[in-house]
Design a protein around this ligand. Structure first.
Ligand code: IPD
Ligand code: CA
Length: 280
């Protein structure tokens, strides 16, 4: 499975590199406010889906651009973000990634890969085994305090309702921590947390394809991942995430992010993948 995932990541990365900084404006369309998609996202997702289906015809594929109806399916599934960080990609900012998670059953990721094609960095995770960056075994940092922490996050850019709360958290955190990063690629925020470049990452508004590969990676590297309410096993309904290198830092960050909890009961955060499947 490791070599198959690596092959998928490299094939996808090659397509992304071929089209990077050569997209005209016509090549970009909007799915919603500040929600871009390009033919490259679609091309990569289609390429990956065809390869996976030719090897595993019965497996389910949940991709950012197209997802099959899954009802109460519990079998093998692939969760794919063809380009995580599409806004960076269309603007020519070389910080985006291909994110692929394989779940053997119950939508629990067992293997995952995150590939940054511009830096040729490949992060691979296997449940109960570990995480490797370009074949080097990696671990989260040992950061236990806010003072020493570099914390990745996101500013609201699609739904703006929670903006005040998100910026209130950033305002409270910033004087207490080393620094924050809003780099625009959730998968790499998680991979960087797994490898110890960042110590934690939090965001309201994510989807399973943003986080499936990365959350396995952070856990396999020694870190903790939950939503803002502290729930761990909620991949399909996940719309928020707190990932941290250590339980101590996770607890401090969860406390700092507590004001986000009520948002999970409000639209658009009640529109999670399971709810959307029921409406379809
Ligand atoms: C987005 C990026 C961004 C994060 C958003 C994601 P996309 O993914 O990861 O950093 O803040 O929540 O949706 O749309 O570029 O694949
Ligand atoms: Ca994404």
């Amino acid at each position: 499975m490791r070599s198959f995932l690596t092959e998928l990541a490299h094939v996808a990365g090659k397509i992304a590199r071929q089209h990077f900084r050569s997209l005209g404006h016509q090549a970009t369309s909007k799915k919603g406010r500040n929600d871009y998609v390009t033919f490259v996202d679609r091309n990569i997702e289609e390429t990956l889906s065809v390869r996976i289906k030719s090897q595993y015809p019965d497996h389910l594929i949940v991709g950012e651009e197209t997802h099959e109806a899954f009802g109460d399916y519990e079998g093998p599934a692939w969760i794919i973000d063809p380009i995580d960080g599409t806004t960076n990609f269309v603007r020519g900012i070389p910080h985006f990634a291909i994110s692929i998670a394989y779940c053997e059953k119950n939508f629990e990721p067992k293997f995952s890969v995150i590939y940054d094609p511009m830096k040729d960095e490949l992060f691979f995770a296997e449940k109960n085994a570990g995480v490797w960056m370009n074949n080097e075994r990696i671990y989260t940092s040992n950061c236990k305090t806010l003072e020493e922490s570099m914390i990745a996050c996101a500013a609201p850019f699609r739904s703006m309702d929670a903006t005040d709360d998100v910026f209130a958290i950033i305002k409270e955190l910033q004087p207490q921590i080393d620094d924050i990063r809003r780099a625009g690629c959730c998968a790499l925020d998680l991979a960087y947390t797994a490898v110890g470049r960042c110590d934690a990452y939090w965001e309201l508004g994510i989807w399973p394809w943003d986080t499936a590969a990365g959350e396995l990676m952070v856990r396999c590297a020694g870190g903790i991942v939950t939503d803002v309410r502290g729930n761990e096993g909620d991949l399909l309904t996940r719309r928020s995430i707190i990932a941290a290198a250590t339980p101590e830092l996770h607890a401090l960050l969860s406390k700092a992010c507590a004001r986000l909890q009520p948002w999970l009961d409000k639209a658009p955060y009640t529109d999670h993948l399971v709810a959307l499947q029921k409406q379809a």
